[in-house]
Ligand binder design. Structure first.
Ligand SMILES: Cc1ncc(C[n+]2csc(CCOP(=O)(O)OP(=O)(O)O)c2C)c(N)n1
Ligand SMILES: [Mg+2]
Length: 581
């Protein structure tokens, strides 16, 4: 076959090549805030029909790119201008990296001829971004711009490491630089298939040995397990293991599945003899895997990266692989082998779980008002259970309210403030969700404190017709912190009270539908109207008196060794040489 020369554009600016590369990669939407430094690329992206979601603060753009990536499986893309445009993204960039979500942030910076001369919006931005990204680079040669963009996408998607945010900046003169078409290789803008790492067979056999000889096996999943639903369920069935999900992997295994024992989390952790982690770090949410929290357990670990395989507790074995492939290989290697699982133990846990979960659900709708006469926050979740479909996208952000939401919301698609505890994600996450999947209902439950960070983005929701429902659980306080001051600092409440502001009025002023709800009887109807008239906000006046699970367990206090008081005490006993039972 003889090579046929393809017709090519003779030459174009780096900005035009970059816009084409983004389009060729399948990028259909960019979140950002304009500035002259990035305008050449902004303009070419728009000319190619890439939708630009223009926000009011760059942090929100990166939160939106994060949620977009979470919900679509694509790489989220944000574009921000030099200087404050870049520094405004820091919190959201760190959050994406800590959450392991692939986001590419494209920044601007001054032209080379002005470098070190005191230019407008000049700053050593890459140095700020290095510790909070997987990749941070200035692209200095126009002919390498598309290659650098490809490298940023690869790093964000975890090629050779963990997933997270990439930061790539272009000086404005580089964006304007002309690049002959033959210098831009197609391979740098070709979409890539998701990475798949096959397991080592020795490790697979060792995992079978461990799992099939366990008496009390527990499987715990994290973000890395997404995409392995089928294999995960098959393994749970084959081993008869019980299952704990975490917020990162919510919805992987349906609630009805016989392995689910989420309401018995503490008991399960204290009794397990073999714990299989799948794509999950043993971070603070899992007591760092400490023997104080898992006194009888050894660990088997499956994951693609070191962080999921060996943080805090070593696995025996550690199966480094894409979880779906590892689980599948384990199942094949086990064949029809009978597990040693104590089925009376797992059945007992399951029954106790079912009873607890049902009792919890039944109590939501009768949760008592506080001494201030305001409703219990759980009334919000009773109304959501009654009105919002299970296939909706649920989002939670805040302190106490996040703790209530984790138990109150039942939707399988769920996003929240995450391990970074990143207050402020609720509004931008909901907007990106509504834009990515306009056919689904999107409900975000926010504390009044958390809501404030990105409240102005309701303006963005209105301008882009992002039909999300924002619920503000308004207790006029940063309440989980206020509770900590009351309990642990002799009641000296300082800087944790807020105004009982009119958030419905705020939403209306920004062009959205807004209602204040003070009466529990009005909640369901108001929620229906909000869904109908979205974008919409419900300002629900809730009591400060309700103590959340996180608040009650000491999360706000920040104990020394562990995130929760009970685990911290167990850790102290372990350090003192006492035996934990
Ligand atoms: C950006 C940020 N600032 C501060 C905190 C500390 N913090 C955690 S929860 C919380 C209170 C949140 O208040 P609100 O959103 O109103 O929820 P509530 O506890 O009142 O339900 C604070 C200040 C944080 N996690 N993130
Ligand atoms: Mg509050």
């Amino acid at each position: 076959m003889s090579a046929v020369a393809q017709p090519r554009v003779a030459s174009a600016s780096a900005a035009e090549h970059l816009a084409r590369a983004l389009s060729a990669r399948g990028v259909r939407r960019i979140f950002g805030l304009e500035g002259g430094h990035v305008q050449p690329l902004w303009d070419h992206a728009a000319r190619l029909g890439i939708a630009i979601v223009d926000v009011r603060d760059e942090r929100a753009a990166v939160h939106m790119a994060h949620a977009h990536a979470e919900l679509t499986g694509e790489t989220g893309v944000a574009m921000v201008t030099a200087g404050p445009g870049v520094t405004n993204t820091v919190t959201a960039v760190a959050n994406a990296t800590i959450s392991g979500v692939p986001v590419v942030v494209i920044g601007g910076c001054p032209p080379a001829a002005q470098e070190h001369m005191g230019p407008l919006q000049g700053l050593r931005q890459v140095e700020i971004m290095v510790p909070i990204t997987r990749f941070a680079r200035t692209s200095r040669a126009p002919e390498n711009a598309v290659r650098d963009l490809d490298a940023a996408f690869s790093a964000a998607n975890g090629e050779g490491g963990e997933r997270g945010a990439s930061y790539l900046e272009f000086p404005t003169d580089v964006l304007r630089g002309e690049v002959p078409a033959q210098l831009v290789l197609d391979e740098f803008s070709a979409p890539r298939a998701a990475r798949r790492i096959a397991p080592d067979l020795g490790a697979v056999q060792a995992a079978v040995q461990r799992l099939w000889s366990a008496r009390r096996p527990v499987v715990i999943t994290g973000r890395g397990a997404r995409g392995a639903e089928r294999e995960l369920i098959a393994l749970l069935d084959a081993v008869g293991a019980v299952y704990l999900d975490t917020q990162e992997s919510r919805g992987l295994v349906p609630d009805e599945h016989a392995a689910g024992v989420g309401a018995m989390r503490g008991v399960v952790m204290s009794q397990a003899d073999v714990v299989l982690t799948v794509g999950r770090k043993l971070d603070y949410q899992l007591g760092y895997g400490s023997p104080a929290v898992f006194p009888h357990a050894t660990f088997v670990r499956i994951g693609e990266s070191a962080a999921e395989l060996s943080d805090n507790r070593r696995g025996d074995p550690e199966v480094r692989a894409t979880p779906a492939l590892a689980l599948d290989a384990i199942l094949r290697a086990a064949g029809g082998r009978a597990p040693a699982t104590d089925y009376a133990w797992s059945a007992g846990l399951r029954a106790a779980h079912a009873q607890r979960a049902a009792a919890y659900g039944a109590k939501l709708a009768s949760a008592p008002a506080g001494s201030d006469g305001r409703m219990h926050p759980n009334r919000i979740f009773a109304a959501i259970r009654a009105v919002v479909p299970d296939d909706a996208i649920a989002i939670a952000d805040g302190g106490d309210i996040l703790s209530f939401a984790r138990l109150g919301l039942t939707q399988r698609t769920y996003l929240d403030s995450g391990t970074f505890g990143c207050l402020g994600v609720g509004v931008p996450f909901a907007i990106a969700a509504a834009l990515a999947q306009p056919e689904r209902t999107v409900v975000a439950v926010n504390g009044d404190g958390a809501f404030g960070f990105n409240a102005i983005e309701i303006d963005t929701a209105v301008r882009h017709n992002a039909r999300a429902v924002f619920i503000v659980a308004n207790n006029a306080a940063w309440n989980i912190e206020r509770y900590d001051q009351i309990v642990n600092y002799d009641g000296r409440v300082v800087g944790t009270e807020l105004r009982d502001s009119d958030y419905a009025g705020l939403a209306i002023a920004l062009g959205a539908h807004g209602e204040t709800v003070t009466d529990t009887d009005q909640l369901e109807a108001a929620l229906r109207r909000a869904i109908e008239n979205a974008p919409a906000l419900l300002d629900v006046k809730v009591t400060r008196d309700a103590v959340s699970s996180d608040g009650g367990k000491g999360l706000g206090y920040v104990p020394t060794y562990q995130p929760l008081n009970a685990w911290d005490e167990a850790e102290r006993r372990r350090r003192a040489g006492e035996v934990t039972e």
